[in-house]
Write a protein that binds this ligand. Sequence first.
Ligand code: GLN
Length: 329
Amino acid sequence: MNRDRRITREELKIAVNEAYISFRNNKEGKNADYIPYLANVDSDLFGIAVCLPDGETITVGDSDQVFGIESISKVATAALVLKDYGSETLLDMIGADATGMPFNSILAILLENEHPSTPLVNAGAISAVSMVRPVGNSCGKWEAIQQNIAELCGSEVHLIDELYRSESVSNHNNRAIAWLLKSYDRIYDEPDMSLDLYTRQCSLGVTARQLSIMAATIACGGYNPITGKRVFPATMASRITSLMASVGFYERTGDWMFSCGIPAKSGVGGGIIGVLPGIFGIAAFSPPIDAAGNSVRAQLAIRHIMENLRLHIFNGERAVMVEGKPVPV
Ligand code: GLN
């Protein structure tokens, strides 16, 4: 039985444009305001980017607008830790389970005190940052974190100073998380330093185009389709994508996977990345978020594209993008 289904680039471009036009005037959700900087970002910004395995990138709207990466940085640093320590150690020191709770939940730490659970919620992400090498060296760790994100995105990424300052003076909940992890021996470097590096990585500026390249790098098994460089070993891609599939939208992840069918990760800055293994990486950005911290327009846009092209990851078909160069192996 042939379960391949051919999708042309033209069909993809039409779906991306339709998604943009359909949702650009949607007024649901509101900017995150617990970080003062984010409250003041223009709520009308909206961009979509899709990066294919041969490097072609389809964009629409504000896809080159720089915004705060926020929790999407957790995916990158999880990849860095996986690369340095391997999956068994990651499982043991952090875990790979959904919490079913909000991203900044303290209760989740109390309930699973043996385990921060996953590097894609705040507790596990701060724990992951604490594992980044060289342990004990804040400058060296920052360089490793920033360089890894740049390699995934295929170009340099810079700190948004104002966002970093804004988060640093308002991150009391995360400070509590860092020290609670310390009391459970689940943080592996100095807690305040780990918290500061976590806050800094969340304050990096990225564009939807860059994030689509990061997502495409994961979709292509660690091979960055723009730079042609291998960023991580191919065997790691399924681990990273699994983490996204299980907890990428926090307490809303099940609903998302059920209805949309693409492992994805959100950030409260309004970005979302989605990874469709072997097919493409997608990113959408728009600041207004829902109660779980996921961008409303970005969710609608990605869902529209997935539904329109009938691309649910579990549909049993193998989507084949045609009219392109072959995927490198
Ligand atoms: N920096 C934010 C925080 O820790 C990131 C949260 C998010 O994007 N969901 O609260």
